[in-house]
Design a protein around this ligand. Structure first.
Ligand code: NAD
Length: 486
């Protein structure tokens, strides 16, 4: 364990209110720092038995937690948010240590994660039923809202705190226990969040954090046990598909926040300075490893030269290095596989005739997984860098001539999470809102995530929403009550 950051954790896995330092057969797994490749923690390697114990513990407290008042849950969520903010520096260092993003971004992630606990502290008090006009004089119809029961969160490594907060805040606000299965690459922040809630007075068993090196083993009981009524997953499309199939036999609700393939469209009437700034914000957050990162740029042919120069100029001046170092804006990618994938996409584009506007690439000789930003022009739609989610600091630029054409090309993907457009034409904005098949649109805005907005995708990017006034609906059932003879 990294002593200064995790030193006050009483154990390693949080299961039903107990901190467990050893699994039955004593297996362990290692967590590494992507900036150095060094092992920073060794954790007990949780599996199905630990998850099953967490489900049993959640079952034991399910009804008492559902019976707390909204005001009580609201106060607890606020307290947790406050504790996170007060502990920003330690939590941010933990995120940078296991995930790599620059410390300034990690601090932003802590604030962003805390904002979900604040938001759902408020929303918990507004889960309202209704009285519906009945078809007969002697009847009354009520609709009551009830927590779905035990819930689970399966989360990725790219936002070790925020990906959990978006799910956990809504589930707790609704009155549901939750079992969190974080990515095996970034379990430390998840465990630290477990401690935040323990300190805030969350009853034992309402939250468990089960980590282990084998995702299928840890997640198995979450998917098969009938008592788990809702699973919220953020991650890749193939795993999302698998979990959807696994949810079927026990008829669980499932929320899927899957990958994206975001188009970033720059129209000829755009403010090019704002578009280049927005492109950097969208593309480079977390080194290009977010589901809403711009993945393919469509720039009108009249402004393409100006835009790509402005983008390259900004990226050229962004320092690459260890996220703990002062001034670093681009940290390492999560692991060597990620570097290989990004590099393969760039190679494929260059072999297909693309040209380098900014020559970045891998950092030979470093033990960290660093990759300097690359800007490509002359890209075509058939290239991997356009067809697949690159998840790295590569900006492939294509040109277009008409609005109809670019809408068609932007929509020509199975994914539908985020899309970005830069234009000063208000009529065009409304046309795009109607025609772009994505769950999130950034219009003259490269930073679209906020607790107040309903975040989620359409098509192959999944379904369900996190945040906003609808985020809590994922964890609430409507109960229809028909009262006769009144
Ligand atoms: P991933 O699908 O490999 O892993 C996500 C989670 O699923 C992890 O906790 C992992 O341990 C678990 N998992 C993996 N295999 C499993 C299995 N067989 N059974 C049960 N659980 C399993 O994704 P990743 O590499 O961690 O994250 C990157 C992906 O996540 C990208 O595609 C990205 O676009 C997507 N993502 C989406 C959003 C969103 O909100 N839509 C946000 C962030 C990331």
């Amino acid at each position: 364990m990294p002593g200064d950051l995790l030193g006050d954790l009483p154990g390693d896995l949080l299961i039903g209110g107990d901190w467990v330092s050893r699994v039955t057969d004593g297996r362990v797994f290692e967590v590494t720092d992507p900036a150095t490749g060094e092992v920073v923690a060794t954790l007990p390697d949780g599996g199905a038995a630990e998850t099953q114990a967490a489900i049993d513990a959640a079952d034991a407290v399910r009804q008492s937690w559902a019976g707390t008042t909204a005001l009580e849950r609201s106060a607890l969520l606020r307290d947790a948010a406050q504790r996170m903010r007060a502990d920003t520096e330690r939590l941010a260092r933990l995120i940078t240590l296991e995930q790599g993003k620059p410390l300034s971004e990690s601090r932003g992630e802590v604030a962003y994660a805390a904002s979900f606990f604040d938001w759902f502290a408020e929303e918990s008090r507004r889960v309202m039923g209704s009285m519906v006009p009945a078809p007969r004089r002697d009847k009354r119809i009520l609709v009551s809202k009830r927590p779905v029961g035990i819930t689970a969160a399966i989360t990725p490594w790219n936002f070790p705190a925020a990906a959990i907060a978006r799910k956990l805040a809504a589930a707790l606000a609704a009155g549901c226990p939750m079992i969190v299965k974080p990515s095996e690459l970034t379990p430390l922040t998840a465990l630290a969040l477990g401690r935040v809630f323990e300190d805030a007075g969350l009853p034992a068993g309402v939250l468990s954090v089960v980590v282990g090196s084998d995702p299928a083993a840890v997640a198995g009981p979450l998917m098969s046990d009938f008592r788990v009524r809702a699973v919220s997953f953020t991650g890749s499309r193939p795993v999302g598909e698998l979990l959807m199939r696994q949810a079927a036999p026990s008829m669980k609700r499932i929320t899927l926040e899957l990958g994206g393939q975001a188009p970033f469209i720059v129209f000829p009437d755009a403010d090019i300075t704002a578009a280049a700034d927005g492109a950097v914000a969208s593309k480079m957050r977390n080194m290009g490893q977010t589901c809403v990162c711009a993945n393919r740029f469509y720039v009108h042919e009249h402004v393409a030269g100006e835009f790509q120069e402005a983008l390259a100029e900004r990226l050229r001046s962004m320092p690459v290095g260890n996220g703990f170092d002062d001034g670093v804006q681009i940290g390492p990618l999560i692991n060597q596989d990620a570097v290989e994938k990004v590099d393969a996409h760039v190679d494929d584009a260059l072999r297909g005739g693309a040209t380098l506007v900014l020559e970045g690439g891998r950092d030979a000789g470093s033990s960290g997984h660093f990759y300097r930003p690359v800007v490509l022009s002359g890209v075509t739609e058939s290239m991997r860098v356009v067809q697949e989610e690159t998840f790295g600091p590569v900006s492939p630029i294509m040109t277009f001539q008409t609005e109809d054409e670019v809408v068609r090309r932007a929509n020509a993907t199975e994914f539908g999470l985020a899309a970005y457009c830069y234009t000063r034409d208000l009529s065009r904005v409304f046309r795009l809102v109607d025609r772009l098949e994505f769950g999130i649109l950034g219009i003259n805005d490269g930073v679209v995530s906020t607790a107040e907005g309903p975040f989620g995708g359409v098509k192959g990017s999944g379904f369900g929403r996190e945040g906003g006034t609808v985020g809590i609906d994922e964890f609430v059932d409507s109960v229809y009550v028909s009262i006769g003879n009144v």
